[in-house]
Design a protein around this ligand. Sequence first.
Ligand code: GRG
Length: 296
Amino acid sequence: MQLYSPRMAQYITMVDEELHRAMPATTGRQQTTAKAMAYAVEDGGKRLRPVLLLEWARLCGADVQTALPFAAAVEMIHASSLVHDDLPCMDNSLIRRGKPSTFAAYGEDMGLLAGDALILLAFEWMLTAGAQGVSAQTAVEAAAALAQAAGIEGMVGGQTIDLESEGRMIDLETLQDLQNGKTAAMIAAACKMGAIVADADLQTRNAAHRFGTELGLCFQIVDDLLDVTSTSEALGKPVGADEENQKATYVTLLGLESAEALAKERTEAALRSLGLFGEDADDLRQLTTALLTRTH
Ligand code: GRG
């Protein structure tokens, strides 16, 4: 099943171009880190978070062009998290998106700096390029939503639980906290930021956040399933890494069948949270269903 509708495929081209515009020059004395930043964001990945942001912005009535700097910023933060996650002090992963991970290509020091600089560029881009198309208040609200999702209450928090859980048995509640922070918070923030950029009301922003949370949890369960059932060629990263790193996952805690059933439940909950919207949300419904059966 196709993941993206033609409109969403078009978003990816727009996001790629915006990321390219945002990257620093690769000619000065700082060129090694600048090249590592571009390497980390360019031609790679599914671009799920920026696609969701743009689609929620459109659904809520915004001009997609206006939302574009915010979409690029979400992808920069996501890419920075992958760069940091692959570092020797974390997962020590040499392959990402089918090519050497950023630290493997540029060294640990430059990898760390590229991740740092991408985080800061994301905020600079929202508050400069982004603020040209929306009010200062809206840009600040969108930036705050992203900071919150990426920070201690979100991705950093989830990663903390993850690292401290390695090699230990954890319960389902802890795993849910971990995955809520590590994966779902950013996906939920992307959806909510689309609604924020469109100046949507609170009920709509909350629906976007709820949808993203359910989708994010489903996405993570499928990630855990693929780590067991897929191949490294299909995923562009090593499979079996969870077992090797002695990580608790939905599959190790629940078994394959129950993990699949939980992913289905989450998908249905995500679809229910689109109840406010009519046919205009059909591309999102199709994406939600396709993510359940994705192969990479
Ligand atoms: C940089 C703010 C900041 C925090 C770093 C290292 C870290 C803290 C967090 C790790 C977060 C992490 C790696 C979460 C995994 C989320 C996940 C499911 C990633 C894979 O997402 P995909 O499949 O990747 O969308 P692509 O490559 O398609 O973009």
